[in-house]
Design a protein around this ligand. Structure first.
Ligand SMILES: C[S@@+](CC[C@H](N)C(=O)[O-])C[C@H]1O[C@@H](n2cnc3c(N)ncnc32)[C@H](O)[C@@H]1O
Ligand SMILES: Nc1nc2[nH]cc(C(=O)O)c2c(=O)[nH]1
Ligand code: SF4
Ligand SMILES: [Mg+2]
Length: 238
């Protein structure tokens, strides 16, 4: 089983409720969405860069695609790991690959939550689910309805259980549609342990802190809601 992977490195989780935990990051290449704020290259990487010594920015390069066995081997070289972050791009595009991974560390999925069949495929393989809610402003009508239905189905498949923790992150910018946000969070609130409002980073269209606090106040009636910016960018690490 093979997949295109753009990078593998060890760092601290910079987002959400597990911020500061030490993880290995496996970044799958390619995505089914193109979010306007995305901070990650969109094209399929011909090579994977691997940073053997954390924080050094010294990389080894290997040709894509990589096998699941090779990725397991690269992960096993790191110590004191809380979990392995599967990110991208969109890791659910590679659900069969994820099922083939044999690492001894728990898997922590970072997903855009738009691919419910793939979510179902790996629901017994992941211990943590960091699921984004994508409020895509260019969508309307039946396309938006289908998108939101897929999101809710993904959360239902990957919801918190005794074996798995699922939480949600929502990137908030100046033009986030708050009514849509409240309605989607209401639909998934039973499936998640908390909701994280993640202010957009490096954008001219950032959200006012008062807006963030208003959204939090409204959501706290339904679900534990936190405001957490991307901290790895403050640290200046990968
Ligand atoms: C690059 S995405 C990859 C995983 C998956 N495709 C997703 O969107 O959840 C990882 C995380 O970075 C967040 N992100 C990307 N660009 C961002 C930005 N400019 N500001 C804040 N968060 C951002 C995404 O919302 C997501 O939570
Ligand atoms: N340190 C660090 N934390 C992260 N949390 C989510 C990330 C991602 O790109 O999925 C990310 C990332 O790229 N780096
Ligand atoms: S879904 Fe994730 S990786 Fe894909 S474009 Fe949006 S933020 Fe970037
Ligand atoms: Mg990132």
């Amino acid at each position: 089983m093979q997949a295109p992977i753009s990078e593998i490195f060890c760092s601290v989780q910079g987002e959400g409720p597990y911020v500061g935990t030490r993880q290995v990051f496996v970044r799958f290449s390619g995505c089914n969405l193109s979010c306007s704020y995305c901070d990650t290259p969109q094209e399929i990487a011909s090579q994977c860069r691997f940073e053997p010594e954390p924080g050094t920015s010294v990389f080894e390069y290997m040709s894509n695609p990589l096998t699941a066995e090779k990725v397991d081997l690269l992960i096993s070289g790191f110590n004191n790991i809380h979990s392995v972050s599967l990110t991208g791009g969109e890791p659910l595009l590679y659900s069969d690959f994820i099922k083939h991974m044999q690492t001894s560390y728990p898997l922590y999925l970072e997903s855009n939550m738009t691919l419910p069949d793939a979510a179902r495929n790996i629901r017994d393989n992941v211990a943590y689910v960091s699921g984004d809610i994508k409020l895509i402003d260019k969508m309307a009508g039946s396309e938006l309805e289908h998108h939101l239905d897929s999101t809710i189905r993904c959360f239902r498949q990957l919801r918190s259980t005794s074996e798995r923790i699922c939480f949600s992150k929502i990137v908030i910018s100046g033009d986030t549609d708050m009514q849509l946000l409240f309605s989607v969070v209401d639909s998934i609130s039973d499936y998640v342990s908390c909701v994280v409002l993640q202010p957009v980073t490096n954008s001219p269209n950032s959200a006012d802190v008062r807006v963030l606090l208003d959204i939090q106040d409204r959501l706290l009636d339904t679900v534990d809601t936190r405001i957490i910016p991307q901290t790895h960018k403050m640290l200046g690490c990968l």
